[in-house]
Design a protein around this ligand. Structure first.
Ligand code: AMP
Length: 279
C-alpha cells in the first residue's frame, strides 16, 4: 500500500491506471463501515484508492471541523488490512489553494433534511467529491447508505454532470446493539453513547408498527418518537418519511419508504435511516 499526499502525484498515478480504480471517499478515523466499502471495492476493481480528507468546505462555522477525530497511522492499519492499494490524503492547502473559487451546487435535493440544518454542507460535499473524481478518475466509487441523502445527492450530480463512473451504495454497518457506526461516535461519553441508541430504536419502533400494518405517517412518526422523547440528552433535528429515490415528501406510506432522522445527543449530531417496505 502506498500513501499519496499530493494532488499532482495522485493524478499521475490515476493516468497510469485509468479504468482500474475503485474510489472510497472518507474523512478518515476509519471503522467497520468504511472497511465494508473497501472490502466491496476490492471485489469490484483491481486497484482500490481510499481518500482521507476532512473537507473544510462541508463544515459550517459552528460545526466540528477542528475537533473532528483524525489518526492517519491508525487509518493506515485499517486500510492495509482491507487490501487497499493507495491512501490519498491531501492537505486542505493542496485541495483549495490560494485563489480557489469554484463550487458545485445540486439544487432541490439538498434543500431539506440535513441540508436544512447544515446550510452549505452539500455544496461542500459535491465540490470535494467532484474534485476527487477528477483527481482519481475512478471507474466506480462506493458510498454508505448511512449518509442516505449524501448518496442521493451524489447520484444526482453524477447523472446531471454526465460523470462517467458507477456509484455503488452500501448497507449501513451497525454495532451489535444497533448504533450505526460513525467516526463521531468516539465523541460520545458513556451516558451519551447509551442515549444514542434512541436513533436505531426509533427506526425499529417505526418498522415494527409498519410491519403490523400501520400506514398512517402520523402514527408511524408517533411510534418512532417514543424512544427519542424518552432520552433526556436527545434533541430531535428531523424525522421524515421520504421517497427513497427523489427524497420527495410522501403523502401515503405504502410502498418503499425512507425513514430518515437526525438527533443531537449533547453536542454530537447523529443521523440514521432505514427503508420501510423493503425485502
Ligand atoms: P465519512 O468518513 O463519515 O465521511 O464516511 C465515508 C463513507 O463511509 C461515506 O460514504 C459514508 O456513508 C460511509 N459510512 C460511514 N459510516 C458508515 C456505516 N456505519 N455503514 C456504512 N457506511 C458508512
Amino acid at each position: 500500500m502506498i500513501l499519496i499526499e499530493s494532488v499532482a502525484e495522485m493524478q499521475q498515478f490515476a493516468r497510469e491506471h485509468r479504468g482500474e480504480i475503485a474510489l472510497v471517499p472518507t474523512m478518515g478515523y476509519l471503522h467497520e463501515g468504511h472497511a465494508s466499502l473497501m472490502h466491496e471495492a476490492k471485489k469490484r476493481a483491481p486497484i482500490v484508492v481510499v481518500s482521507i480528507f476532512v473537507n473544510p468546505t462541508q463544515f459550517g462555522v459552528n460545526e466540528d471541523l477542528e475537533s473532528y477525530p483524525r489518526d492517519l497511522e491508525r487509518d493506515t492499519r485499517v486500510a492495509q488490512s482491507e487490501g487497499v492499494d493507495v491512501i490519498f490524503a491531501p492537505s486542505a492547502r493542496d485541495m483549495y489553494p490560494q485563489g480557489y473559487q469554484s463550487y458545485l451546487d445540486v439544487e432541490e435535493i439538498t434543500k431539506e433534511l440535513c441540508g436544512a440544518s447544515r446550510p452549505g454542507h452539500f455544496r461542500g460535499v459535491t465540490t470535494v467529491v467532484a474534485k476527487l473524481f477528477n483527481i482519481v478518475s475512478p471507474r466506480l466509487a462506493l458510498f454508505g447508505k448511512k449518509d442516505f441523502q449524501q448518496l442521493a445527492v451524489i447520484r444526482r450530480m453524477v447523472q446531471d454532470f454526465n460523470m462517467d463512473l458507477e456509484i455503488v451504495g452500501m448497507p449501513i454497518v451497525r454495532e451489535s446493539d444497533g448504533l450505526a457506526l460513525s467516526s463521531r461516535n468516539t465523541k460520545l461519553d458513556p451516558a451519551a453513547r447509551q442515549s444514542a441508541l434512541c436513533l436505531s430504536r426509533a427506526l425499529c419502533a417505526a418498522r415494527g408498527a409498519f410491519e403490523s400494518g400501520e400506514r398512517s405517517a402520523n402514527e408511524l412518526r408517533r411510534a418512532a418518537l417514543v424512544p427519542i422523547e424518552g432520552e433526556s440528552l436527545a434533541v430531535l433535528d428531523y424525522l421524515e418519511f421520504r421517497d427513497p429515490d427523489t427524497l420527495a415528501p410522501l403523502q401515503k406510506i405504502d410502498g418503499r419508504t425512507l425513514l430518515a432522522l437526525a438527533v443531537r445527543i449533547g453536542a454530537v449530531r447523529l443521523i440514521d435511516n432505514c427503508i420501510l417496505g423493503e425485502g
